[in-house]
Design a protein around this ligand. Structure first.
Ligand code: BGC
Length: 533
């Protein structure tokens, strides 16, 4: 029997503040806007919200470039707004988790500004990774930024600083105790205000090794880290097995320190690591009993809509977690990935996948707009802001298409998100996708998500053992049982309906044509059902 916490089987709703709801008509979402719309989130039936960063930031990387982690960005609100949001969420029985970004600061943070005006070797520079180059023109090593281009930028006196992401995001030096103390202050600051936990950005990146050595294959490594680049599996695996700046032993000591901080609070604190690690078993090291509580499992975020691949991924995750006292996490989309409906090719398939995953044990992370079945938005290049687009000179489009503001109401160009000009345009064809139109329609994606989240909650209340049912993966059929529910998913392409003899009845279906007549289930392609005896 596993220990049980509020997060063990929770559904967590990710809010990207800039695009959620604008209360002051400046075209960008804000904290007051989130507070105003919390009843909408509560009505979805989720257990918690995760807020992407709202801290002081020049916004070169959507707020993940933080100029002061203990200050609220005035464009998004005030400290009072944060407190009100937490209190209102709690009154609605929603837990609140914040994003923290320990790998880097913005170059606008006063520490970095001080580092720029102090000499090589100064205490100010030692908060970051400043090094002399190999020679006057060449950086200390050949690492490539995850956003494209070199991972080093040279400052006026000739030294270089490391940035795994944009040049405006200098990496912090976690072997410096001052960095650790400052971060502990940040964690306590928000915990004292009442937050229930943290999502830890780039949690696998804080410890760097071989910082003055070249990587033998920097371009190949950079491709291996990009999941949209096809590469032979063994080659990718061998490249990912030892990235000098990811998943190094040093990160664990940091999380053991954080856990001690969390444990000084009376309520249990959720800590969830955004850590891409390889091989997958290494993920468990982040959630050892004296470290963090959860680690994101990104397998389904990138898996195609294919029964065999879904089976492999779900079964290997569940097997991995059998041996430890924690449950897995599942995510089908987030602010860094394409919208689910676009990635799997259609809104019906997106529903089918969501219904499948909703039945799994563990916690489920949903990204705002996923419940509306939003696709990626079409944007003009001139509208894109993502540093990935800018640094790769348009070779990679980046993530803006999944960050377009939510459409709330019908009737005008900004769909009730703002009375100003939305910071990214909302596609005019989203009329039928607004919250307003979906709330009126019982067969909408929104109505579907409300139903499946409610049913999931009932399932979690039971002693719900999981096991695989007879499956026909090569024909696109995936089936499993959890508690008194059996789940059947048909991933086969168009018009390959599957028929099965069963003595159950349909509890939930992602497609209105699925039916059981005379004990014969008809499961249309790209759909899923939950059955019960
Ligand atoms: C965040 C991204 C961000 C990057 C750098 C990620 O993992 O989720 O949105 O660009 O970290 O902070």
């Amino acid at each position: 029997m596993k220990s049980s916490f509020w997060w063990s089987n929770a559904v967590v709703y990710q809010i990207y503040p800039r695009s959620f709801f604008d209360s002051n008509d400046d075209g960008e979402g804000d904290l007051k806007g989130i507070s105003e719309k919390l009843p909408y989130v509560r009505d979805l039936g989720v257990d918690a919200i995760w807020l992407s960063p709202f801290y002081l930031s020049p916004n070169r990387d959507g707020g993940y470039d933080i100029a002061d982690p203990r200050q609220v960005d005035p464009r998004i609100g005030t400290l009072k707004d944060v407190k009100e949001l937490i209190d209102k969420a709690h009154a609605l029985h929603l837990k609140v988790i914040f994003d923290v970004v320990p790998n880097h600061f913005s170059d606008q943070h006063h520490w970095f500004q001080e580092a720029l005006v102090t000499p090589s070797g100064s205490a100010e520079r030692q908060r970051f990774h400043f090094y002399p180059g190999k020679d006057a023109q060449h950086p200390p090593n050949n690492w490539i930024s995850l956003f494209g281009g070199p991972a080093w930028t040279q400052v006026d006196d000739g030294e270089w600083y490391l940035h795994l992401f944009d040049s405006s995001q200098p990496d912090l030096n976690w072997s410096n105790p001052e960095v650790r103390h400052d971060f502990e202050k940040t964690l306590r600051y928000w915990l004292d205000l009442g937050v229930d936990g943290f999502r830890i950005d780039v949690a696998h990146g804080l410890a760097k090794e071989k910082i003055q050595s070249d990587h033998p294959n920097p371009q190949e490594l950079s491709d291996a880290l990009r999941l949209d680049v096809k590469m032979e599996v063994d080659k990718r695996n061998s490249l990912l097995a030892s990235v000098p700046y990811f998943d190094r032993e040093g990160v664990h000591e940091i999380y053991r320190e954080w856990r001690k901080v969390f444990d000084t609070y009376e309520k249990p604190i959720l800590s969830v690591a955004e850590a891409w690690v390889h091989p997958p078993a290494r993920a468990l090291r982040y959630i050892r009993s004296d470290e963090l509580r959860q680690i994101f499992n990104f397998d389904l975020l990138i898996a195609p809509f294919d029964a065999q691949i879904l089976y492999d991924s779900i079964s290997s995750t569940l097997t991995l977690f059998e041996t430890i006292d924690a449950l897995p996490t599942w995510a089908l989309s987030n602010h860094d990935s394409p919208r689910l409906a676009s990635r799997v090719g259609s809104e019906p398939s997106a529903r089918a996948l969501a219904l499948t995953v909703m039945a799994l044990p563990g916690s489920m992370y949903i990204y705002q707009g996923q419940e509306l079945g939003l696709p990626d938005a079409h944007l003009e290049d001139s509208e894109r802001e993502d540093p990935v687009f800018i640094r790769t000179k348009g070779k990679q489009l980046g993530r803006d298409a999944a960050r377009v503001p939510l459409p709330w109401r019908n009737g005008n160009k900004s769909f009730g998100f703002t009375r100003g000009k939305p910071w990214l345009p909302i596609p005019p064809e989203w009329d039928g996708l607004t919250v307003e139109s979906q709330e009126k329609n019982p067969s909408s994606s929104l109505a579907f998500y409300r139903r499946i989240i409610a049913q999931r909650a009932l399932l979690n209340n039971q002693e719900s053992d999981f096991h695989w049912l007879a499956r026909d993966l090569s024909h696109g059929l995936l089936a499993f049982q959890r508690g008194n529910i059996s789940v059947y998913l048909n991933t086969s392409p168009l018009d390959a309906t599957i028929e099965l003899r069963l003595s159950e009845k349909i509890r939930l279906t992602s497609h209105s044509n699925n039916q059981i007549v005379d004990s014969l289930l008809t499961l249309v392609s790209g759909s899923c059902v939950w059955l019960e005896k």
